[in-house]
Design a protein around this ligand. Structure first.
Ligand code: HEC
Ligand code: HEC
Length: 463
């Protein structure tokens, strides 16, 4: 009897130990997976994976911030009208323009599309310039941007047609793939043949951009390696651009070539270039000397956009939250994350930062975020070149775009057109277009097995 009791005690002792060990291992594992599912936007993370995922303010905005956000939202979403109208706060559209509202291109704060049914969509815009011996300047006939539309009695500048050329390739395992390269043709031109260099740009999704504004300058600069001193084939440099308010050069962060340093300036430039709305920052419409009807058209005030409305729209963009991660297959996501590191994606798509402590909006300060960008310019090779310089960026350089939320593009924007001009029809095509400094990384990708490639894509869709 005694012996039996002792055995039982020993047994239950070991059961206890095994149980405790089990709990320990389980919680250690849990902690590990919790670590990788940090909220990507810090306190600016929302739990919505529907088509509204990109449109939310930070969950804990103050009442005042919420009000400003929704006022800004209405000026972003609703159509602007031609001057002089009774809706004075929203008039001044044109004389030439690309869209009647910001949301015409960033619908639901999502992206593009660049192309629809084989045609160029209005949300793919074309920046224009000429390059002379004394520098870069806007096209004397069409200005700094191609505006296909005009108000009554003012001609739009024309339209752009596209054809696609197939570009074939093969993975190391023998599987073939096909990419599409867009080739553009300007038609119905109002000012004669197009002589400018042009750069096609797709409207990016906007979730989380306020947090990108709050990243410390020194954290961006610390990643730059313009002369590639560490000889890893990847350089990366900041685009120093004019900050029109501070009247100094600052690191560019917004736009596909990092041409704008702050959201307020980015937004004022968008009002001006895309809608034809003037502001104190950009007081002139994009009419050239040859566009006489454009020059003499009535305006909607001088300027058309008040500082007050610009400030509300800017608060709106600053407080757009980031959607929570979507992890359906944790093991595959974990394997994919390792591959992302191993094949050098993370060298440009920097996973995380802690934002600085001095952004004017309190909610953007000191947040651990996971945007997957270094905000630097990289030479992406002839494959992606637009041959058109923009401030410090040359014709082969592009800013590393953030990757957070991309897995929800299909849900929000009903397409997966990626890269600056939307040529890639999904994540894999985007990777296969990488050239220049990213060639080695792309070649590593092509050597992966099918299941490794799938793991990487599963990871990308989860961030
Ligand atoms: C015709 C389409 C179009 C319209 C209309 C438009 N945008 Fe954009 N938006 C773009 C494109 C294209 C870019 C990238 C610009 C570049 O690379 O220079 C962009 C970039 C941005 C960015 C920076 C995003 C980033 O990640 O870098 C913000 C913010 C923005 N737009 C806000 C606005 C606001 C506010 C309005 C309305 C006043 C507006 N946009 C109207 C096409 C559009
Ligand atoms: C040398 C820096 C660099 C490396 C390395 C790199 N990228 Fe990129 N990535 C970029 C730049 C710059 C762009 C934008 C190019 C463009 O728009 O033409 C980009 C674009 C993308 C896009 C499209 C994003 C969008 O918003 O449309 C995806 C997806 C992407 N990269 C994933 C990856 C993956 C996965 C890897 C590793 C296999 C990788 N990148 C390696 C710099 C890099």
């Amino acid at each position: 009897m005694r012996g039996n009791l002792l055995k039982k005690k020993i047994l239950s002792f070991y059961t206890c130990i095994a149980f405790a060990l089990g709990i320990f291992l389980f919680s250690a594992n849990l902690a590990k997976s919790l670590l990788s599912v940090d909220p990507p936007g810090g306190r600016g993370t929302v739990n919505d994976t529907t088509e509204n995922a990109f449109q939310h303010p930070f969950p804990d905005v103050s009442r005042e911030q919420r009000r400003e956000f929704f006022v800004g939202n209405s000026f972003f979403r609703d159509a602007w009208v031609v001057a002089k109208s009774t809706t004075e706060a929203r008039d001044g559209l044109g004389p030439v323009f690309n869209s009647v509202s910001c949301s015409g291109c960033h619908a639901l704060d999502g992206r593009g599309p660049a192309f629809k049914n084989g045609r160029v969509h209005l949300s793919l815009l074309f920046r224009l310039s000429r390059v002379g011996t004394d520098g870069i300047f806007p096209d004397p006939e069409y200005g700094g941007q191609f505006q296909p539309l005009g108000i009554k009695d003012v001609e739009g500048e024309g339209r752009v047609a596209v054809e696609f050329r197939a570009v074939k390739g093969t993975f190391a395992d023998g599987t073939e793939y096909e990419l599409r390269e867009p080739i553009y043709r300007f038609e119905n031109l109002s000012q004669g043949p197009m002589k400018a260099r042009f750069s096609p740009r797709q409207a990016p999704q906007l979730a989380g951009i306020g947090l990108l504004e709050a990243i410390r300058e020194e954290d961006i600069l610390a990643q730059a390696d313009p002369k590639d001193l560490d000889q890893d084939g990847i350089s990366g440099r900041p685009n120093f651009v004019d900050d029109l308010i501070a009247n100094t050069k600052r690191i560019g962060r917004f736009g596909w070539k990092a041409g704008q340093p702050t959201l307020i300036q980015q937004n004022a430039a968008a009002f001006n270039g895309d809608l034809g709305i003037t502001s104190n920052l950009f007081p002139k419409d994009d009419c050239t000397a040859t566009q006489t009807k454009c020059l003499s058209a009535p305006n909607g005030g001088d300027p058309e956009l008040s500082d007050h409305i610009l400030s509300r729209v800017t608060t709106y963009t600053q407080l757009l939250a980031v959607p929570q991660r979507r992890i359906h297959d944790p093991e595959s996501v974990e394997r994919g994350e390792k591959i992302f590191q191993q094949i050098q994606c993370a060298k440009c798509h920097t996973p995380s930062y802690v934002t600085g402590s001095d952004h004017p909006i309190d909610l953007l300060r000191d947040q651990k975020i996971y945007p997957y960008t270094d905000l630097l310019l990289h030479d992406m090779g002839m494959e992606l070149a637009d041959h058109r310089p923009e401030e410090g960026a040359n014709g082969r350089e592009w800013k590393t775009p953030p990757l957070w939320g991309l897995g929800l593009l299909q849900t929000v924007s009903k397409h997966e057109n990626l890269l600056h001009d939307g040529r890639a029809r999904g994540l894999e095509e985007a990777i296969l277009w990488h050239g220049g400094e990213a060639s080695a990384s792309r070649d590593f990708y092509k050597k992966l097995s099918l299941s490794e490639r799938e793991d990487l894509l599963t990871f990308l869709r989860s961030i």
